[in-house]
Structures are given as structure tokens and as C-alpha cells.
Design a protein. Structure first.
Length: 258
């Protein structure tokens, strides 16, 4: 079988010469708790979270991260009170209004992954403008998962393939990991190396489930609005100390076993 596109890079790629640039996933969590601890409304936690995103994106390239996929709004976040949903829906505008020119200038290519269904026409326009203005950039790739759920994305990809089969454009036997991965919202991004979740919660919450196959999971005890360059550096250091074997064994273990 052909090597699947979304499979991990061979270990050798990571161990020779300069380390390969990383693709990190980031669950921006803890805005509400941050606000509550200060006796503030949750809105202010979300606002402070946008500043943390700006700091983190600015710090990432120097830490050898070239692809960053952040979780901004999950398909399950619709279950929050209407007023909070409205606040969360306003965040992309808040982010791009103040930062899009800089992102564009600094070579960041922005993509918003997730369903556009249920988003206001105004928000869709803002998202599309951000993507169009930065589409030519290739220094750094920022995927913003917004109205995203990994299970929905996987179901959508499966449905798209089934439709191709029904229309005679594909055969069931054509489907392998590469074909499937190429239909996911993250298609075009390299394999995911690590997922970072601050705020102390230790779960994936329907974020990048397929892509996480061989990602290192790093949980940090800091609330997202407090996050910054030093936390991202610590996460990359933890990642660098991990022993990634992709289901294989280390060469020296093979030798030791005779
Ligand atoms: C993350 O912070 C923002 C989103 C999920 C959109 P939370 O709002 O989940 O903050 P906590 O978990 O209540 O502290
Ligand atoms: Mg939360």
C-alpha cells in the first residue's frame, strides 16, 4: 500500500540535520476560568484569549513551528448560552480587524477550517477575506478551526467519498489513509506532531482526531489568556524530549536484543 499522506514522517527525517518544522495543534482553553478567577465576565476571558493567540502566533516561528492549527470554536460550543455564542462568533472579527495586516505582512497564510453552516454571512465574508488576503503567503501556516468538530469532519469526508463511488468516480478499493486524509479539512498540512492543551484539562474534545494518530499530547497547567512565548517554548521542549517511535522500536533496542 502506498505510504499514507497523513502518516508520520519517517523517524530518520527528524534525527538528521536540522529538525523538521513542526505542525502543532493547540486547544485554546481556560478563558472562562481565567475570567471567573478575576471576578470578570467570561467575555473578557475570551477577549484576553485573542491577545494570547496573537502572542503565540508571533512566538511560533522562532520555535521551529511552521504550521499551527488552533481550536477556536467547536461544533459543541453551540450548546453555550446564546450571549456567549454571540461573543465567540465575534472573535474572528476581533482578531482579524486588529491583526490581519500584520499576519499578511509577516508571511502568514490563514485558513479557517470547519463548517461555514450556521455562521452569519458577515462572518463568512470576514473569514473569506482573511483567507484571500493571505493565500499567497508561505512562511507560516495558521489554521483556525472554527465551527469545527473532528467527528463531523470525518463523517463529511466519508460522505464525499461515498458520493464519488455512487457517481462512478471512485471504487471502494481506492480508499486508503492517504485518500481519506486528503479529504479532511486539514488536507495540505503536514502530519500533526503535537497537540498542546493548556488549562489543565486532559482530553481532545473532538479536535483533530484522525490527525492526532501519532501526535504527542502535551497538557499544560496555565489558562489560555495567560499563555505566551514561554509556555510555547516549554511545550516544544517537552516535545523534543519525547521518544517518538511510530509503533516501531529504536535501532539500539534492536541491537541490544541481538
Ligand atoms: C476556551 O475557553 C474558549 C472556547 C472554548 C471557545 P472556555 O470558554 O472553554 O473556558 P473554560 O473552560 O470555561 O475555563
Ligand atoms: Mg473550556
Amino acid at each position: 500500500m502506498a505510504a499514507p499522506q497523513t502518516s508520520p514522517s519517517p523517524v530518520a527525517d527528524r534525527s538528521q540535520g536540522a529538525p523538521a518544522p513542526l505542525h502543532a495543534g493547540l486547544v485554546m482553553d481556560g478563558n472562562g476560568r481565567w475570567a471567573r478567577r478575576r471576578g470578570l465576565p467570561r467575555t473578557l476571558g475570551h477577549k484576553a484569549g485573542v491577545d494570547a493567540l496573537k502572542r503565540t502566533v508571533a512566538a511560533a516561528p522562532d520555535l521551529n513551528i511552521r504550521w499551527l492549527t488552533v481550536f477556536g470554536f467547536s461544533t459543541e460550543n453551540w450548546n453555550r448560552p446564546t450571549t456567549e455564542v454571540a461573543e465567540l462568533m465575534a472573535l474572528p472579527q476581533r482578531y482579524f480587524e486588529t491583526d490581519l495586516a500584520r499576519l499578511e505582512r509577516e508571511g502568514v497564510c490563514v485558513r479557517i477550517i470547519g463548517s461555514r453552516q450556521g455562521l452569519s454571512p458577515e462572518l463568512v465574508r470576514i473569514i473569506e477575506a482573511a483567507e484571500a488576503r493571505t493565500a499567497h503567503n508561505d512562511r507560516f501556516f495558521l489554521n483556525v478551526a472554527f465551527n469545527y468538530g473532528a467527528q463531523a469532519d470525518i463523517a463529511r469526508a466519508a460522505r464525499a467519498f461515498a458520493e464519488d463511488v455512487a457517481a462512478g468516480r471512485a471504487k471502494p478499493s481506492d480508499l486508503d489513509e492517504a485518500q481519506f486524509g486528503a479529504r479532511l479539512a486539514t488536507a495540505g498540512s503536514p502530519p500533526l506532531d503535537l497537540i498542546i492543551r493548556p488549562s489543565g484539562e486532559q482530553r481532545l474534545s473532538n479536535f483533530l482526531l484522525w490527525e492526532a494518530a501519532y501526535a504527542e499530547l502535551i497538557f499544560q497547567d496555565v489558562l489560555w489568556p495567560d499563555y505566551g512565548a514561554e509556555h510555547l517554548r516549554a511545550a516544544v521542549e517537552i516535545f523534543a524530549a519525547r521518544d517518538r517511535r511510530y509503533g516501531a522500536v529504536r535501532a539500539d533496542d534492536v541491537l541490544a536484543a541481538g
